[in-house]
Design a protein around this ligand. Sequence first.
Ligand SMILES: [Zn+2]
Length: 82
Amino acid sequence: MPKYICECCNYETDRKSSYDKHNISIKHQKNLQNKNKPKPEPKPEPEPEPEPIKPSIEIKDKLENELIKKFILFSLFMKLLN
Ligand SMILES: [Zn+2]
């Protein structure tokens, strides 16, 4: 059974000299860095944008009717003036 284990590299050795050598190796440093790196947080789902409040079709129709009425009245008024 190996005495020296580097868990982050899955490296095992019986010899301390090898272990020391491993500990200063670039490969080990990289693995160590990667292990210590905080995991990037999963991006939260973007919230769906709230739909702009639209007047219901009924209200829209009503408004249009009002406009038409006003326009007709205005036209009649103009005719009367002339
Ligand atoms: Zn290592």
